[in-house]
Ligand binder design. Structure first.
Ligand code: 3HC
Length: 270
């Protein structure tokens, strides 16, 4: 998602972007995706060849987070792990200017909790993009308890400059999107677990009966089963509400390393 956010920022908002990842494999994969998406847009006549080249040239890969020191806005998009995110926000507080906005693309972790590790929590905000970032039209902007109005407004303007529609959510578990999506995905997994129907028929019901672009099991594979599990665990832990309790099958699949598209096997094979 990080590279998707970088591409959208470079191509739609026409802003220079720096990208950092501790894994060079992830960077290489992301850059290949950027090349192929830009090439496709050029070949379809959606953008001129020059525009594609300029968008790519705005993306600079950096080898140290220290290079982020002059950025106006940083978007963290690491895995759903509070400790990892807090360590990053603590480092960013040392590196970045006090006027920089520190945003997180978290799917479910409290913005207020993440901000507690930053030296200026009023500058921390949730900017929740959706996958695939260049295609999905929405960004959910989330205010933590200490997020300032000015930070919220700047985050909103940034998302709009990226060509996105914005919704604003309070800092509740799962925000608007995942509080609604995760029980739905989990219910579909439990249908499969109980033998109500085949995976194909569960997905077909939602695709053809309700005009969803993907069925829920396809969508869970697309998001990543480990990500779905981590989100559901956070929601269940924070609310104690049984509707967020992850199904046993989802946990077992993650134990088996079947993580969906990214591991070539989930509910389906890829
Ligand atoms: N990155 C960028 N663009 C992509 C892409 C990717 N990974 N995959 C597909 N696209 C683009 C294609 O290039 C194509 O663009 P074009 O119209 O300009 O040619 C367009 O999307 C449509 O792609 P396809 O024709 O190949 O395939 P589909 O029509 O089946 O669409 C889809 C693919 C857009 C992924 C569609 O199936 C869809 O909308 N699925 C639902 C996605 C969704 O719900 N996402 C949200 C997940 S929840 C989330 O992210 C939040 C988190 O917190 C859990």
């Amino acid at each position: 998602m990080g590279m998707g956010i970088a591409l959208t920022t470079a191509a739609k908002a026409a802003l220079p972007v720096m990208v950092f990842d501790k894994s060079s494999t992830q960077i290489d994969r992301g850059l290949k995706l950027v090349d192929s998406l830009l090439a496709k847009d050029v070949s379809k006549g959606k953008i001129a060849e020059d525009e594609g080249r300029m968008a790519k040239a705005r993306i600079r890969v950096i080898s140290s987070m220290d290079d982020l020191k002059d950025c106006d806005l940083v978007v963290e998009a690491v895995a759903e792990n509070l400790q990892v995110k807090q360590a990053i926000f603590s480092s960013l507080s040392q590196i970045c200017s006090p006027s920089a906005i520190l945003a997180t693309n978290t799917s479910s972790i409290s913005i207020t909790k993440i901000a507690s590790s930053a030296s200026k929590p009023e500058m921390v905000v949730g900017l929740h993009f959706f996958n695939p970032v260049p295609v999905m039209k929405l960004v959910e902007v989330i205010a933590g308890l200490q997020t300032s109005r000015a930070t919220l407004q700047r985050a909103r303007s940034f998302a709009e400059a990226c060509g996105k529609e914005v919704v604003q959510s309070a800092d509740v578990p799962g925000f608007i999107s995942n509080a609604l999506l995760m029980p739905f995905l989990n219910e579909a997994i439990m249908c499969l677990e109980k033998g109500v129907a085949t995976k194909e028929d569960i997905d077909k019901t939602l695709r053809l009966g309700m005009a969803h672009p993907m069925g829920p099991l396809q969508l869970a594979d697309f998001i990543g089963l480990d990500t779905c599990l981590a989100i559901q665990q956070t929601l269940h832990r924070e609310t104690g509400d049984d509707k967020y309790r992850p199904s046993v099958l989802l946990g077992r699949m993650v134990d088996a390393g079947w993580l969906g598209r990214k591991s070539a096997k989930g509910f389906y094979e890829y």
